[in-house]
Write a protein that binds this ligand. Sequence first.
Ligand SMILES: *Cc1c(COP(=O)(O)O)cnc(C)c1O
Length: 367
Amino acid sequence: MPRPIQATIRPDAIANNIRLLKSRCPQSHCMAVVKANAYGHGLLRVLKGLEAADSLALLELPSVEALRHAGWAKPIVLLEGCFDDQELHLALQWQCDWVVHHPAQLEALVGHEALLLSSTHKPRIHLKVNTGMNRLGLPLSTVGAATRALAGLAKRCGLPNPVLMTHYANADAPNRERAPVTVQQQFERLQNMLPTGWQTSLGNSAAIVNTSQYAGEMVRPGIALYGATPGPLAAQAYGLQPAMLLNSAVIAVQAIKKGQWVGYGSRWLAGRDSLIAIVACGYADGYPRHAPDGVPVWIDGHIMPLAGRVSMDMLTVDVTDHPNCKPGSPVQLWGEHLPVDVVATASGTIGYELLCALSQRVPVGLA
Ligand SMILES: *Cc1c(COP(=O)(O)O)cnc(C)c1O
């Protein structure tokens, strides 16, 4: 038997999650965000589950090429736009749409009018506005001129009507209404800039599940597709199903005496005679090395606490209260028995980071 760790990816769960998200904003175009190799799930592996999406969004052209070769014919949007002129040519060749988020990107686009005019592919441009997140997006003071310039270019070159886009800073916050910048404020700032005939692209996962009235005519769900929560509630409370299960097994059990220590740095001290299960999963598999003692691990139907530092290939769990645990006992690091968000929160991070960090060496199966 090989090393027992395995990830299982469930395209059906993604299909279900898309249905659920679409039911939250039935009028909206659903752009599935598949950056970071579909949040660690494997872009081509999950493609079947994404069929109900109206378009896909990501960052890099090689992934676009892979999607086109795999037969994805619907729109693909480059979320950070074209990084240089060569990318702009390739983006046209691969029939992409793309974001323009910076004055320099708009200038470069306008400079390619002749190319856009002659191109058979007519890209839809998503003009990104900074409405308060202060990350990407044109400053509000420049948006009027930018929309006029872009509208003119689109008209002359036969491009579809552009889209006005922004990104919410606090759609996931437990106290959304009292955030320094609220979803409603950002929505209104964008709405004030909207040329007639343009659509809006607004909601990430959090906005779709928490404030769907501000999600816009296009929505951009990422994390919720994969069944983890965007916050603040648990994924299950939103009806989301996990698309990644990370399973392994116990490979050894140590019986230790009260007063003995476990693992690197001897972080965990046995306060009683204890049984320690050694699980085949470490930080080189994508488990967070900074997980503290007590992080839950599912072993054969029981939730048991992590005990001692996570090492590269193994982690250690206090199974004293589950004495039947033995080599071969099934373990789930995250999945249907143990939400990735619970492990993430206990480890001081978010589900996004754990899913994206699933390592290359973990064998992956489909279910
Ligand atoms: C990543 C990303 C999303 C998806 O965000 P989630 O929180 O995963 O739903 C949406 N829009 C943009 C611009 C993004 O970069």
